[in-house]
Write a protein that binds this ligand. Structure first.
Ligand code: C5P
Length: 224
């Protein structure tokens, strides 16, 4: 029923979770599985898009027909996403990007020292990729973010949608295994212009198709 309504479009999807290295063996990471981002990539291919999937630490098979760019850290994800976004009609940031990274990277494995207590880990802020795209370097591009919230889901989502300048924000309630690593998801999609859309619990593909429906409705007609 959906047809190839993304034919002639280039879309960028980020998926997975970044890892912020402390030393050659350790990192700060998160619980994102990449399932939702990969579902977005697969459904976009099915709807005719050219898809660039920027994938951070995901153990899933490559979606057929998508170009997969592998990254590890938030800074690598930023370079890959911004490069691919240069000629993209839409960017969907489904990845869990670390807000902070260790202030210093140790080239050699950090050792425990007998008698000494644990050393504090100092953090610095990562660039906010979604907010950079929300600042509209590419006019007409549809920018979509995800937000995982544990409380005050709608109020936090609205504030985040405005702060990041996105067109759409998919808000999940997380905690108690409601989202991470599961094949299904429930969400509310908030729009900068338009009513919120509630998506009942179902396969992550179904949520992906709702996101693409809302993206398609916001795309400028292909000229020429
Ligand atoms: O601020 P918060 O991390 O909750 O925002 C989540 C949204 O912002 C997701 O779409 C995520 O991909 C994006 N994000 C980003 N760069 C960051 C942090 C989050 O693009 N440094």
């Amino acid at each position: 029923p959906l047809g190839r309504d993304l034919a002639g479009r280039h879309v960028v999807v980020s998926a997975g979770g970044t890892r912020e290295a402390l030393d050659p063996v350790r990192f700060l990471g998160n619980r994102s599985s990449g399932i939702q981002g990969y579902a977005l990539a697969r459904t976009a291919v099915a709807r005719g898009a050219r898809v660039t999937l920027v994938s951070a630490n995901v153990g899933l098979p490559d979606p057929a027909g998508a170009t997969v760019v592998r990254v590890e850290s938030a800074e690598q994800m930023r370079s890959a996403v911004l490069e691919a976004a240069g000629n993209a009609d839409a960017v969907v940031m489904a990845a869990a990007v670390a807000d902070f990274r260790p202030a210093e990277y140790r080239d050699a494995k950090i050792k425990k020292v007998a008698g000494a207590g644990p050393e504090p880990i100092h953090l610095v802020k990562n660039p906010d990729i979604l907010a950079e795209l929300g600042a509209r370097p590419h006019p007409g591009q549809v920018v979509v973010g995800f937000a995982a919230e544990t409380h005050d889901v709608l109020a936090n989502g609205r504030e985040k949608l405005a702060r990041k300048g996105a067109d759409l924000l998919v808000v999940n309630q997380v905690g108690e295994d409601l989202t991470f690593g599961r094949p299904d998801n429930a969400a509310v999609v908030l729009a900068a212009e338009g009513d919120p859309v509630e998506v009942p619990r179902g396969p992550k593909e179904d949520l992906a198709d709702v996101v693409w429906d809302l993206v398609v409705a916001r795309l400028k007609p292909i000229s020429g």
